[in-house]
Structures are given as C-alpha cells and as structure tokens.
Design a protein. Structure first.
Length: 387
C-alpha cells in the first residue's frame, strides 16, 4: 500500500484493482447538486444583461467546482464506506440549501449561500483526509490545495457580507483562488494525488451532463405551461427537444467513449482528468444552462419575436456547448474539432441575423445546423480516438 504522503499515479493502461462504477448514493448526490446548478437558470432569467450573465456564470463556476471536487474524492474512496455515504447525504442537504439561495445570492441570501457552500467544500477536505489515511490519496497534495480552499472560502464568506461590486469582486477572487489551487499552484503535486478509476470518473461526468440535459427538458416544459397545447406550442416543444437530443448526440455519439479510452492510456491521467473534465466541462455545462434559458423563452413565445438576450441565450448556449466540446477534444485527443467550431460560428451568425424572426423559426434553423453537423461527422466515419 502506498504511504499516506504520496500516491503513485496509475501508469498508462493501468486501472485500480477494482473497476469503480457510480454508486446509488452518488446518483442521489448528483440529483441534489443539479438542482443547485439549474437554479442558475432562475438567476440568469431574472437579469438577462451582460452583468447578470457574468454573475450567473460566477455562481455556476462555484457550484460546479464543489461538485467536481466530490467526484475526485469519491473516486479515491471506498464506495461502501459509511463515512462516504453519510458525508454525501449531509453535504447533499447542505448544498440543497445553498441551491435554494442561488436566485438571491447577490441579495438578501448571499450569506446563506456562502456559508452553506463553504461547509460543503470543507467536507470534501475531510473526506480526502480520510482517503489519505487509507493510503488512497496523497496527503501533501491535499495539504497544498487545502490552503487555497481555505483562502477562497474566507473570501467568499467575507464577500457575502458586502454589497454590490465588493461582493462580486471578492467572490471572483474566491473562485479564482479555489480554481488556481490544483491548476497552477500545486500542479506538480496533483500528479501524485491519487489513482484515477477511469470508468467511474468518466461515467460521473457523463451522467452529470445527461442530468443537466434532462433539466433543460424540464425548462422546455415550464415554457410550454404558459399556453394551451396548440399546434404552435407542440412545434416549439418538438424543435427544442430535437436540439436537446442533438446536443446529447454530439457528446455521447462517439466522443465520450473516445475520451474515456484516451484517459485510460495517457501518461498523466490525473492532469488529463483535471483539465479535460474538471475545468473544460464547465463550458459544456454552462452551455446547457444558457441554452435552457433561451429554450424556455422560445417555447413560451413560440410565434413571437424573441428578445435579443433570449435569442442570444438560445444560440449562444449551443455555441458555448460546441466551444467546450472543441476544447475537450483538444485536451484529450490533441486535435481541433473544426466542424464544431464552424457550427458554433454559424449559431452566433444566426443570432446576429435572426432579429425579428419568429422563435420557432430561430429554433428550426438551429436544429437544422446541428443536424448537418451530426450528419457530416457521421459521414466522416472517423476511427475511435480521432473524433
């Protein structure tokens, strides 16, 4: 068994003794966390300005980072551990409270959000300390980013008692420091953090993407509830669902499996997992959240002209998803997804040209663009590993 101070990273092609899969308690944890993530749509819908977008994405970045941190620590823990189960259940309840506070995080419920969030982040460190005691994680690596977590959470709580720009500024600093911990300040230590159970790790992020897409379907349904179910509403819902399905296909059709296989064989699996999944997947999840806001508005006013912010959310969310997918491919495979970049550019161009166009027509063109992209990628028949 490795010492508590260092854990050798797995060699290329090496898996831990037992292949890990997602445990039921982790699925419950995901569902609670996705509630907090999708509360960001409420925050964004309440202020569809560039400043509102920035504040919403800041909260999303914080919530995403907490979820991702628990993926790492559960990857190093025994799934049958009573401590792990109890910790996830308690942390799930706390993050649910934080999620309830998200729509008013920049108002009267900022302190509640910050304190609940900090409790969850420190709980992650407790689980990592236990994993290091068992020889499943490097204590020196944990100590390195525990410092940045502590500084970040201190700034987050301090900012919650400020108002206006002071709160935003301190929260930006908190997020930057927390993200910077494993990214730059302790990157060399990160290599020896733990062995990566590849199937479990990739499955966790894939399931989270699916759950977020499912929540976008809920947003579409909420938009449809504002009217009687006539032919126009059915068409609008159908188009939004088609786009959601196309987004799913663009990720899971081939690429998710390719990335998982590449993670299994890279020389530095911990760094690849951190870059490709923990950091870059934030863009993919943000794309879903932004798209969900636009899709809800499009369905709610399917025959009318979408406002510029709603139209940008609809088109820009898809473009952001594509940008995240391109960055993920570049990190995991080492090639550029030019077809997805072209699709992202086309979505943004359509936003610029679609002012005054009915919502259903805006969605129809987006669905057609994605269909062309998927057909093109399917026709290429690129071998696995080069998608």
């Amino acid at each position: 068994m490795p010492s508590v101070s260092t854990v050798q990273p797995a060699q290329a092609g090496e898996e831990p003794a037992e292949a890990r899969r997602t445990a039921p308690v982790e699925l419950l944890w995901d569902l609670v966390f996705v509630f907090a993530v999708t509360q960001v749509t409420t925050l964004l819908r309440s202020d569809q300005t560039w400043a509102g977008f920035g504040r919403s994405m800041l909260v999303l970045a914080l919530v995403w980072w907490a979820w991702s941190a628990y993926v790492w620590v559960t990857n190093a823990q025994d799934p049958d551990s009573p401590l792990l189960r109890a910790s996830l259940l308690v942390a799930g309840g706390v993050i649910f409270i934080a999620g309830l506070a998200v729509p008013h995080a920049y108002g009267s419920e900022g302190a509640l959000f910050a304190i609940a969030y900090a409790i969850v982040r420190f709980g992650h460190l407790v689980l990592y300390a236990d994993a290091s005691r068992r020889g499943n994680a490097s204590l020196s690596a944990i100590a390195g980013f525990a410092v940045t977590v502590t500084i970040g959470m201190s700034l987050l709580i301090a900012g919650a008692f400020m108002t206006g720009g002071w709160r935003v500024g301190l929260w930006v600093a908190a997020a930057a420091i927390d993200y910077a911990g494993p990214a730059w300040l302790t990157r060399e230590r990160l290599r020896g953090l733990q062995r990566v159970a590849v199937e479990h790790f990739a499955e966790r992020y894939g399931l989270f993407v699916i759950i977020c897409l499912g929540e976008s379907i809920v947003a579409i349904g909420l938009g449809a509830q504002t009217h009687l179910l006539d032919a126009e509403i059915v068409v609008g819902v159908a188009l939004a669902l088609v786009i959601t399905g196309e987004l799913w296909w663009s990720y899971f059709g081939r690429f998710a499996a390719t990335a998982q296989e590449r993670l299994r064989t890279v020389a530095d699996p911990v760094l690849a997992a951190a870059d490709g999944y923990s950091y870059i997947h934030l863009l993919i999840v943000a794309g879903i959240i932004v798209f969900a806001v636009g899709a809800r508005e499009a369905v709610a006013d399917v025959s009318g002209d979408l406002s510029a912010p709603a139209r940008l959310a609809l088109c820009g969310g898809i473009a952001l998803w594509m940008a995240g997918s391109v960055a993920f491919r570049a990190r995991m495979v080492g090639t550029v997804g030019w077809s997805k970049l072209a699709a992202a550019a086309a979505c943004l161009l359509w936003f610029a040209l679609s002012g005054g166009v009915a919502a259903w027509a805006v969605a129809a063109v987006l669905a057609a663009l994605l269909a062309v992209l998927l057909a093109y990628e399917q026709a290429r028949e690129v071998p696995a590993g080069a998608v």
